[in-house]
Design a protein around this ligand. Sequence first.
Ligand SMILES: Nc1ncnc2c1ncn2[C@@H]1O[C@H](COP(=O)(O)OP(=O)(O)OP(=O)(O)O)[C@@H](O)[C@H]1O
Ligand SMILES: [Mg+2]
Length: 323
Amino acid sequence: MNSSQAQFASPILTLTVNPALDISTSTDLVYSGHKLRCNGSHIAPGGGGANVARVLHRLGGHALALYTAGGTTGDTYRKLMEAEGIPALVATVDGDTRQDFTVDEASTGKQFRFVLRGAELHENEWRRFLELAKRSIRAGGYVVASGSLPPGVPDDFYARVARLARQADARCIVDTSGPALAEALAEGVFMVKPSRRELAELLGATLDSEESHINAISALLENGSAECVALTLAEAGAVVATKAGVIRLAVPSVQVVSTVGAGDSFLAAFVLRLAQGYPVNAALATAVASGSATVMTPATELCRPDDVARLEAEIVARAANPS
Ligand SMILES: Nc1ncnc2c1ncn2[C@@H]1O[C@H](COP(=O)(O)OP(=O)(O)OP(=O)(O)O)[C@@H](O)[C@H]1O
Ligand SMILES: [Mg+2]
């Protein structure tokens, strides 16, 4: 990236309506009936939009993170975001910010993830969140709506965000699943980043071949659901469709430690590159590098910038000299 691209990057706003304090640890073996003595623990501010803002920041970009926070867990969450230097706009809510718990089983390499249900958001709270989003969306900028919705928030929440973005002449990017994803696509967004599992669930299809992937993402483009569809395929990389065509990219060879946060890292890098004015193929290279760099780090830890730069260089070199 050159400095003028960084300086003139379009503004990015990330939304996290269902954040979670991610607590992670490891133990030798998980079994029932006895106390499981754990090794050291790590705590991080998680949730889709927040992770996107954190990775963007690590990669030298800037995003404003709008998130809800409540109770003592919410206070800790804010402090952790502040400690990482993430510019934030906090919507204070009544319910406690939820916590997630991840345990790596050291003797087997298995991972156990306990995802707690968030506290219910009252109607006045989610409406206020939308109001704050509306005030923070910038014309020509990007709005990244990522993660699940907490109880109490209607399924069309991200569809409402997409409408606000369109009215403000901004681009809405959605990464979620189930009915919230379906409603956002029915409204129409700039970009969507489903994983294979999320897209298969949405379409009620298996998506087990390259042809099925390309057909599915092309259909979303043609019916106006999105202008850019990035389907991530875990260890098989990603495939992106825009009106300019379809591009596929394989992952570099990495040692897989924990896949948590891979999709958020992919999306952060992709948006950062678009906001800096890079073309889609360059954005995809940084995105795959960033997703793959995150699987090299333990538990909920996100990518290290050095790994991203190294993997990106590998991807670019491979594209220039395909063997
Ligand atoms: N096993 C892996 N090896 C190498 N890279 C991986 C692996 N898993 C994920 N990645 C990287 O992370 C990106 C996103 O992964 P994935 O498709 O699993 O999305 P996700 O959003 O994390 O999935 P989900 O939301 O369903 O949990 C991939 O495109 C790839 O770059
Ligand atoms: Mg995902």
